[in-house]
Design a protein around this ligand. Structure first.
Ligand SMILES: *Cc1c(COP(=O)(O)O)cnc(C)c1O
Length: 408
């Protein structure tokens, strides 16, 4: 039995995973063109406009509105959908804080509900149970790239006249029943922050098929202007969320690689499923059969400590890291984040909402808790590697299992 790297043994990983982000002379060329054109602003150039069209078309959507980041994409969408003080929006408890904080930014209350144990996406039964007369909409998150149950969520929201806004920050190009995410509900938001599936360092986009919503989105993201109107006319409250031409230029090239990269990650995820299948205590995030393409922002699996000499997942992660396998931290439960526990969230609310009790913030969310404390996330760029890379991930887990006693 070989000694674990964390105890001074040799690391399992013999070569590096692919570096991220990917770039080549096409990004260099595109950036030089923007530089030399002197059109660095989206209103002068055509890189952002082209990107909006191509990204929307890739997803089968009519419109794309590029914005400064994925958080702003949510804020702009929520404003464009008319959410305001007194309203509630239902979000999953396992996500990045922005899914919930963007609702607060609108002066409304995010209502967190637990996720499904198997897919780790928002639980439609709990969404249904959380609806009140104040509810305006639901924001599912396609966690790790796996779509939430869009069939059930659409039925629930359509029956009650609520909006369904998809937070697709992990899921560029993922499909549900053969249809890309971001096009099932009224709109979908994406992030191009550096760890996401394509990147310009920062950036975001909103896609929609609804012409009226598109008009609102465009106006909110551009200081309340309307297309075709005089530059200094402002028709509604908005701010400046515009993306620069530099980022548009880079994203146009990144989009050319996206489909190949998704397919490579998806193929590697099936290989990992096979390699991990007979390791006791390792359970990958369940893939619903209706997920017809999975972009894999991460390969997520649950670690049952009883099969690893009782060590915590935190300790397992340290041992994996020493073996050369990176981990992307799982999200803490949103309702347990300081903002919601120390009362600071109330500063965004008004009226009754600012002072009433929110008992769900003290409740237990068993599946979000399990995901936050017992899951391992293999980052997306690792899945762009080759077969040997996948074998080394599995080998590192087996090695740790065999010597888990030495870690406790
Ligand atoms: C990254 C992320 C966001 C926010 O995107 P930024 O570009 O970082 O602002 C929103 N929701 C989820 C689920 C994310 O992972």
């Amino acid at each position: 039995m070989s000694e674990l790297a964390i105890n001074g043994g040799t690391a399992t990983k013999t070569k590096s995973f692919p570096a991220w982000p990917h770039y080549d002379e096409r990004e260099q060329q595109a950036l030089t063109e923007v530089l030399e054109s002197r059109n660095w602003w989206r209103s002068q150039g055509n890189c952002v406009a082209k990107f909006e069209q191509d990204f929307a078309a890739f997803h089968g959507a009519k419109h794309g509105i590029a914005v400064t980041n994925g958080t702003h994409a949510l804020e702009v969408a929520i404003a464009a959908l008319g959410v305001g003080p007194g309203d509630e929006v239902i979000v999953p408890d396992a996500t990045f804080v922005a899914t919930a904080s963007s609702v607060l930014f609108a002066g409304a209350m995010p209502i967190m509900v637990d996720i499904c144990r198997d897919t780790e996406c928002i639980d439609p039964d709990l969404v249904e149970a959380a609806i009140t007369p104040r509810t305006k909409g639901v924001i599912p998150v396609h966690l790790g790239g796996h779509p939430a149950d869009l069939d059930r969520l659409l039925k629930i929201t359509n029956d009650r006249g609520l909006f369904l806004l998809e937070d697709c920050a992990h899921a560029h190009g993922s499909e549900w029943n053969g249809k890309k995410v971001g096009t099932h509900g009224v709109a979908g938001t994406f992030s191009f922050q550096s760890g996401k599936l394509m990147t310009a360092g920062e950036g975001g986009v909103i896609i929609t098929n609804d012409d009226a919503v598109e008009r609102n989105l465009r106006s909110v993201h551009d200081c309340g202007r309307l297309p075709g109107e005089w530059f200094y006319s402002h028709f509604s409250y908005g701010s400046n969320y515009r993306l620069s031409e530099w980022q548009g230029a880079v994203l146009n090239v990144q989009l050319e690689r996206l489909d190949d990269q998704i397919r490579r990650r998806d193929a590697n995820s099936f290989l990992l499923d096979k390699l991990l299948a007979d390791i006791p205590g390792i359970t990958p995030q369940t893939r619903d059969a209706r997920c017809t393409l999975h972009s894999h922002y991460a390969y997520i699996f649950h670690v049952d400590s009883s099969e690893f000499a009782g060590i915590s997942t935190g300790r397992f992660i340290e041992a994996m890291n020493a073996e050369g396998i990176p981990n992307q931290a799982a999200y803490p439960e949103v309702h347990k984040i300081d903002l919601f526990q120390n009362g600071a969230y109330r500063s965004r609310l008004s009226g009754e909402q600012a002072t009433e009790e929110h008992p769900f913030l003290q409740a237990d969310f068993p599946n979000a808790h399990r995901a936050a404390s017992e899951d391992y996330w293999v980052p997306q760029y690792c899945l762009l590697g080759d077969e040997q890379d996948m074998q080394e991930i599995a080998a590192a887990i087996r090695k740790i299992q065999a010597s888990a006693d030495s870690l406790s």
